[in-house]
Design a protein around this ligand. Structure first.
Ligand SMILES: [Zn+2]
Length: 409
């Protein structure tokens, strides 16, 4: 699945209207076409089953049936994670997504889908390009959500050893150096085109240390600024190994980038810029459509607030009043803040940056927002955020291969 497709599913889930029927959200780790933690799944279903009574219990069972049918017959052997959302009742809904990257085993039943783990997946396994170089091959791979979606290979034309006949050793070595330079130049040119055409923001270089060092020196500045990591591997290397390692290297780079976003939040705050922090301010900035980037600690788990069933008044504080201060209704229910924030962010097309282990963000209560504009102001005062696109790579002359059906790593 390409990132844009995942983005579309997340937006659809975030925009689903609430109904009285429970929505079952399942995130599951799978392996070889089977559930990895079947017992955990069964126990959790049993727990949820006991939490419903009457009509809700029937609707829960009805929602569960297609989930179980899917899990017992439709898992791909190469999937590592699946996410399934199911609801019965008047507005039935079913969506099952399979990924080449693992997901945690986590099951819930609520009035709306839980999208956190999909947002996390989108944030972590982004998209990047890897250039793998050995002494005699160059390979360009693009990786989207853990799958290879483009695979281009170029082999270096063989050098005939002519030392001793026509050429001196020095002549041959000079000739070889020139040819190596040309080979690296061609690889960099193709790489640059792939990255521009597919709007890739991240590059990883891998392979022979000497060759990767040459490639690095030859990168034009707009490509060099997107270099996220270098993996040194002498000799010929299997693409599969390199891609698995480059995912790890990319996740590390993404981790650093998210810390940089938390620091930017702090800088904006200190200079009276476009930022808010804390649950209440962030929540209402999202409601007002002011947010460009929602920055959230991966461990952020605020206590629920409340929402009035009568007039939909929402508050992020956990103390429930005796009745709704706006309409007097006694019918109040839990507001799951983290999910509500993610839903708002995804509905409005905000960037979401999940941050791990940032003391800065924890000081702010685990959440904050970079804003597009200040309250009362019109329009954007911040440049638009980056867009994430599909591959639109033109065929490369002299290279074998092209866009491929996504294959697991
Ligand atoms: Zn009310």
């Amino acid at each position: 699945m390409q990132l844009q497709e995942l983005q579309g599913h997340i937006r659809e889930l975030a925009s689903l209207p609430e109904t009285r029927s429970p929505m079952v959200s399942c995130y599951l780790r799978v392996e070889g076409g089977r559930l990895r933690h079947r017992r955990t799944f069964a126990n959790r279903v049993e727990e949820l089953r006991r939490s419903f009574a009457g009509e809700a219990a029937e609707l829960f069972e009805e929602a569960l049936t297609p989930v179980e049918r899917f899990l017992s017959g439709e898992l791909h052997r190469s999937s590592k994670g699946v996410a399934v959302f199911s609801r019965a009742g008047r507005q039935p809904f079913f969506l099952a997504l399979q990924f080449y990257v693992p997901l945690p085993t986590w099951i819930a039943a609520d009035t709306l889908p839980n999208i956190y783990h999909l947002v996390e997946l989108k944030d972590t396994y982004w998209r990047f390009v890897v250039l793998v170089c050995s002494q005699d091959t160059a390979r360009i791979l693009s990786v989207n959500l853990g799958a290879v979606t483009l695979d281009l290979l170029r082999e270096r034309p063989e050098l005939r050893r002519r030392v001793g006949r026509e050429w001196t050793r020095e002549h041959f070595q000079r000739h070889r150096a020139t040819r190596t330079g040309q080979f690296v130049g061609d690889a960099v040119k193709a790489l640059s085109e792939v990255m521009t055409a597919g709007s890739y923001d991240h590059l990883i270089l891998a392979g022979d240390p000497k060759m990767t060092a040459m490639v690095r020196r030859a990168l034009p500045s707009h490509v060099a600024s997107r270099l996220s990591g270098v993996i040194r591997k002498p000799g010929r290397t299997g693409a599969r190994d390199v891609v698995a390692e480059s995912i790890a290297s990319f996740v590390e780079a993404e981790h650093k980038e998210s810390h940089a976003t938390a620091e930017e939040l702090q800088r904006e705050l200190r200079t009276g810029g476009l930022a808010v922090v804390g649950t209440r301010s962030s929540y209402f900035a999202l409601k007002r459509g002011q947010v460009e980037t929602l920055v959230m600690d991966a461990e952020y788990s605020p206590r629920p607030g409340w929402v009035c069933r009568g007039c939909r008044l929402e508050r992020t504080v956990e103390q429930w009043p005796k009745k709704c201060p706006a309409c007097g209704s006694h019918s109040l229910e839990d507001l799951s803040i983290r999910e509500a924030m993610l839903r708002l962010a995804e509905q409005r097309g905000c960037q979401v940056e999940l941050v791990r282990d940032s003391a800065t963000l924890r000081r702010f209560g685990g959440v904050g927002c970079l804003l597009r504009f200040r309250p009362g102001q019109q329009g954007r005062t911040r440049p638009p955020g980056k867009t994430r696109q599909q591959d639109k790579t033109p065929p490369q002359r002299g290279w074998r291969g092209t866009a491929v059906t996504p294959t697991p790593v």
